[in-house]
Design a protein around this ligand. Structure first.
Ligand SMILES: *[C@@H]1O[C@H](CO)[C@@H](O)[C@H](O)[C@H]1NC(C)=O
Ligand SMILES: *[C@@H]1O[C@H](CO)[C@@H](O)[C@H](O)[C@H]1NC(C)=O
Ligand SMILES: *[C@@H]1O[C@H](CO)[C@@H](O)[C@H](O)[C@H]1NC(C)=O
Ligand SMILES: *[C@@H]1O[C@H](CO)[C@@H](O)[C@H](O)[C@H]1NC(C)=O
Ligand SMILES: *[C@@H]1O[C@H](CO)[C@@H](O)[C@H](O)[C@H]1NC(C)=O
Length: 357
C-alpha cells in the first residue's frame, strides 16, 4: 500500500529535481555507452570490495580502468581516501545520463539516511535527491538496514566537438584548477567550462564533480562487429571479444588502439578463436608486426562476431609491391656498376689524352 502512494511522489520528485542540472547532460545519441566515475574509499578496503560495491563485472575491468597491473590480487588492501576510477554502463534518458540499473546498495547498520550514504559511501558523486528519485522515495524518508537502493551515478554519452569520448566524473581535489584538470586529461578549458555549465574563470572547490570528456583511441573495428561501438579511454585498457582480446589506449601511440590476445579464459566461448592476420606461414598474430610480405604493418583488432570469429586487419593496405629490402640492394648494385663504368670511361679518356700528349 505504501509503495502505491509513493509512485506519484516519485514522478513529482523526478520532475522537480533532475540529476545535477548543470553537468552530465546526455542529449544526443547513442543512448548507451561506457562511462567512468571517481570513487574515494571512505575507509580502508580491498579491490574486490570496491568491485562488489559498484557491481563491476570482474576485477580485470576495474584494474583496466585504472591502468593497474592485471596481476593485482583481489584482496589487495586499499587505504582510506584512495581514489579509483569506476567503469560503468551509462544510459541516457530525457537529457540526463545515469548508470544503467547499478550499483544497488544495501543499507547497512550505521548508515544515517540518504544524504549520509550519498556523501560517505559514494563520495558525493550522487545526491540524496537523485537516490530518492531513482528509488521512488523521499530524500527525508528514513532508510532501513537491508533496504536496497539503486544508485544513479551521473554520466553522459554525448559526443564532444564532434568526437566520441568517454565521460569521466572527476572529483576535484583541493587546489584543483580548471587549467590543471584540462592539461592532465588533454581537454581544453573552454570545453570543460561549457560542458559543466560553469562561468568563465570560475574556481573549483574540492569535492566538486566535473564532467571530464576523455579522448578515446581510434580503432579499425568493423561496423558489423558486435562491439563496433567499443571506445577505450586514454590511459586505460579493456577486454574485448568475450575477454579473448586485451586492448589499451595510450595517446603516445598516436591514438591508435593496441590490442593483443589476452590469455584470459573466454566468458561466452569454450576457447578463443584464431587471432591472426593472413594465413599459413606468413600469418601474423594480433598485435604483432609483419616481418615479411607487409613489413612493419601491425595486425589490428577488427571486432568479433557471434559465430566465434575474431576479425583482424593490417593497419595499412599491403599491396603486392616488392619488399623494400632486396630491391634497395639491387639498386645499390646498379649504382656500383654505373660507378665502375664511369671510372672505365674516365680511364679511357685519360689514356687518350696521355697517348695524344
Ligand atoms: C577514427 O578515425 C576515422 C578516420 O580517420 C574517423 O572517421 C573516426 O571518427 C575516428 N574515430 C574516433 C573514435 O576518433
Ligand atoms: C594519455 O594517457 C597517458 C597515460 O595515462 C598520459 O600520460 C597522457 O598524458 C594522456 N594524454 C592525454 C593527451 O591526455
Ligand atoms: C598518426 O595518425 C594519423 C591519422 O590516423 C596519421 O595521419 C599520422 O601519419 C600518424 N602519425 C604517426 C607519426 O604515425
Ligand atoms: C607476437 O606477439 C607475442 C605476444 O602477443 C610475442 O610473445 C611474440 O614474440 C610476438 N612474435 C613476433 C614474431 O613478434
Ligand atoms: C562469421 O561471420 C562473419 C560475418 O559476421 C563472416 O564474415 C564469417 O565468414 C563467418 N565465419 C564463419 C566461420 O562462419
Amino acid at each position: 500500500m505504501a509503495r502505491r502512494n509513493l509512485v506519484p511522489l516519485f514522478f513529482l520528485i523526478a520532475a522537480t529535481f533532475p540529476f545535477d542540472a548543470s553537468a552530465f547532460k546526455c542529449g544526443n545519441s547513442p543512448l548507451k555507452c561506457q562511462a567512468l566515475i571517481d570513487h574515494i574509499t571512505p575507509e580502508p578496503t580491498t579491490f574486490v570490495e570496491v568491485q562488489t560495491l559498484f557491481a563491476v563485472r570482474n576485477l580485470r575491468t576495474l584494474l583496466g580502468a585504472n591502468n593497474l597491473p592485471r596481476s593485482t590480487p583481489p584482496d589487495q588492501k586499499l587505504p582510506a581516501k584512495q581514489t579509483l576510477k569506476i567503469p560503468f554502463p551509462c544510459l541516457c534518458h530525457r537529457g540526463a545520463g545515469i548508470s544503467n540499473k547499478r550499483p544497488v546498495y544495501t543499507v547497512k547498520k550505521g548508515d544515517d539516511g540518504l544524504k549520509d550514504i550519498a556523501e560517505k559511501v559514494f563520495s558525493g558523486t550522487v545526491t540524496d535527491d537523485a537516490i530518492a528519485a531513482a528509488n521512488g522515495i523521499s530524500e527525508k524518508d528514513p532508510v532501513k538496514v537491508g533496504q536496497k537502493l539503486s544508485i544513479p551515478l551521473p554520466c553522459s554519452c554525448d559526443e564532444v566537438e564532434g568526437r566520441k569520448v568517454i565521460h569521466y566524473g572527476y572529483l576535484a581535489e583541493s587546489g584543483s584548477s580548471l587549467e590543471g584538470i584540462a592539461e592532465r586529461y588533454g581537454v581544453s578549458v573552454p570545453t570543460l567550462t561549457e560542458i559543466n555549465g560553469l562561468k568563465d574563470g570560475s574556481s573549483i572547490r574540492a569535492g566538486q564533480l566535473l564532467d571530464v570528456p576523455i579522448r578515446a583511441c581510434n580503432s579499425s573495428i568493423r561496423s558489423d562487429s558486435i562491439d563496433s561501438q567499443l571506445l577505450v579511454a586514454n590511459g586505460t585498457y579493456v577486454f574485448a571479444a568475450h575477454n579473448c582480446v586485451q586492448c589499451k589506449c595510450d595517446s603516445a601511440n598516436n591514438w591508435t588502439l593496441q590490442c593483443q590476445p589476452s590469455g584470459v579464459k573466454p566468458s561466452d566461448w569454450s576457447t578463443c578463436p584464431a587471432m591472426e592476420c593472413g594465413l599459413g606461414k606468413n600469418s601474423v598474430l594480433l598485435g604483432n608486426s609483419s616481418a615479411s610480405a607487409c613489413r612493419g604493418a601491425t595486425c589490428n583488432y577488427g571486432g568479433f562476431s557471434s559465430n566465434q570469429t575474431i576479425f583482424t586487419t593490417f593497419d595499412r593496405t599491403c599491396s603486392a609491391a616488392p619488399a623494400p629490402g632486396p630491391s634497395t640492394g639491387g639498386k645499390i648494385g646498379l649504382k656500383n656498376w654505373n660507378i665502375i663504368l664511369l671510372s672505365l670511361v674516365h680511364l679511357m679518356v685519360l689514356q687518350l689524352f696521355c697517348i695524344g700528349g
